[in-house]
Design a protein around this ligand. Structure first.
Ligand code: ADP
Ligand code: MG
Length: 487
């Protein structure tokens, strides 16, 4: 049966996401082995990562710090007393034969991720839990035509798994959810959020039910998406596949499916019946951990600024638009640059415009990040100030001064303007000379203006800017042109 878009009105989708974030700690979750993406295979390993018998794990305190930070940022309950559990299964990239994870006592419970729903309204997607676990190694199937290769560098790298309640309603909401999670972990500087490298991974649980029903359909788990767009596309595909199954009376099996990005479809990997029984049991080699209230308070006090707080500050206190505030808080670097900029200049809107406009286009052109931008916020603040004082026009600032500041980031904007003779003439006499020169050069336009073609004032302004090298203050020039022509 072919899918018809009208069918989407008959059903509603229910989605829960399991997001793994790979933490950027110096050492692994339960050993002092280091890990760096791109290191040569099997070099970031010791007997612990290799799971030799008799080796003992030790938990990494930094992971606890990161988990509590994330939990605090998402408004979770932090578990006071927790332990680790073994999740047993056999796989070539899991030399120990089990993963050390958490089962009954995840470090965080509850909490929520704030997202935008399809209509653009705020919506909370509640969390079931966040638990601490270790990554397995990597099996590489596409490098050797006959063999699967195993790289154990990743074995033991710390992960936090964030499990959402089934409250996500569409592929777009799922995308927004991932976007917010990625932004947050980057602000917290606990994970680089890079899905292509696998530092952020997402499994999507998806079911459909007739609209208005209060019983969820059977869920299918989809894996293998290596970008946020692919998560969205996989969910879109899966919703349609399940609707067709419903319409044709085919039973939906609880199973795990893999997303095939090349053909934009999902394929069955394994059914629930063949699923492993992981036989979780408490990890005997690690102690029970207590997370004290004092520890949580300490973390709370050292929290970096969060995107949502900054967004609220920009919209509510600084009265910036939703659009500007969203762009300004999209990355921590931009938000912090802006915060510094407005320490030196309180024309918030102009500061925002410069950052979102000229600076961002410069970064795009050069394909560099804001961190590599040579000009300090203070210098941009001064540029905004001399525009506001009428010393230079906006267009001269943008087209002439800005490129010069980038070349000489140590020099003050005003000095650059002065040295290059770019300070604006608001002095009436000198503007008048320029205007009279324009009239002299364009006698027929002057006649036409006098004959009633008042819109030619724009033409004279353009000419004036040309002869004055952009230095005439547009407001007073406009007025003066009219006055001189009406005489
Ligand atoms: P499992 O034991 O199979 O891992 P869980 O109950 O732990 O299942 O849920 C795993 C994920 O699946 C969670 O994110 C949850 O929100 C989601 N989920 C549960 N039931 C459904 C459903 N019927 N449809 C979609 N997602 C679901
Ligand atoms: Mg699960």
């Amino acid at each position: 049966m072919d899918f018809k878009e009208e069918l989407l009105d008959k059903y509603e989708a229910v989605i829960g996401l399991e997001v793994h974030i790979q933490l950027n700690t110096k050492t692994k979750a339960y050993s002092s082995d280091r890990y760096k993406y791109g290191d040569s295979p099997n070099s970031d390993v010791s007997v612990i990562s290799l799971g030799h018998p008799g080796t003992l794990p030790r938990f990494n305190k930094q992971v606890m710090n990161y988990a509590v930070k994330l939990g605090v940022a998402l408004d979770c309950e932090i578990t006071e007393k927790m332990n680790f559990a073994r999740k047993n299964y056999f796989y070539p990239d899991l030399p120990k034969g089990y993963q050390i994870t958490q089962d009954l006592t995840p470090i965080c419970t509850g909490g929520a991720v704030k997202i935008k729903d399809e209509k653009g309204n705020d919506k909370l997607v509640h969390l079931t839990r966040i638990h601490w676990e270790e990554d397995a190694g990597k099996s590489i199937h596409d490098l050797d035509p006959f063999n699967t290769l195993v790289d154990l560098n990743r074995a033991g790298v710390p992960l936090l798994e964030i499990v959402s309640e089934p409250e996500i309603k569409s592929s777009e909401e799922a995308y927004n959810y991932l976007y917010e999670v990625r932004k947050l972990v980057r602000y917290l500087e606990i994970c680089n959020g890079n899905m292509e490298e696998g530092s952020l991974r997402c499994d999507a649980n998806i079911s459909v039910m007739p609209k208005g029903s209060d019983t969820f359909g059977t869920k299918v788990e989809v894996k293998n998406m290596n970008s946020m767009r692919n998560v969205q596309k996989a969910i879109e595909f899966e919703i349609r596949r399940q609707i067709i199954a419903n319409e044709t009376g085919e039973e939906i099996k609880q199973e795990t499916r893999a997303y095939d990005a090349l053909n934009n479809r999902t394929l069955s990997m394994r059914s629930k019946e063949s699923d492993n029984d992981y036989r979780y049991f408490p990890e005997p080699d690690l102690p029970i951990i207590r997370v004290s209230q004092e520890y949580v308070s300490e973390v709370k006090e050292t929290m970096p600024p969060l995107p949502d707080q900054l967004y609220r500050k920009f919209t509510e206190e600084l009265k910036l638009s939703d659009y500007d505030s969203k762009i300004l808080t999209d990355s921590k670097e931009v938000a912090l640059y802006f915060e510094e900029l407005i320490q030196h200049n309180t024309n918030y809107k102009s500061c925002a415009n410069w950052l979102i406009g000229d600076i961002k286009s410069y970064l795009n052109d050069k394909a560099i990040e804001l961190e590599e931008f040579p000009v300090k916020p203070e210098a941009i603040a001064e540029l905004v100030r001399i525009i506001d004082e009428g010393k230079v026009s906006n267009s001269v600032a943008s087209q002439k001064i800005f490129p010069l500041i980038v070349e000489n980031p140590e020099k003050s904007a005003l000095k650059i303007a002065e040295e290059n003779n770019l300070v604006q003439d608001s002095d009436e006499d000198s503007i008048k000379d320029y205007i009279l020169q324009v009239f002299e050069n364009n006698p027929s336009e002057v006649e036409r203006y006098k004959g009633g073609e008042k819109q030619l004032v724009g033409f004279f302004m353009g000419q004036l800017m040309k002869v004055s090298g952009g230095k005439a203050d547009p407001k007073s020039a406009n007025k003066l042109i009219r006055e001189l022509l009406e005489q």
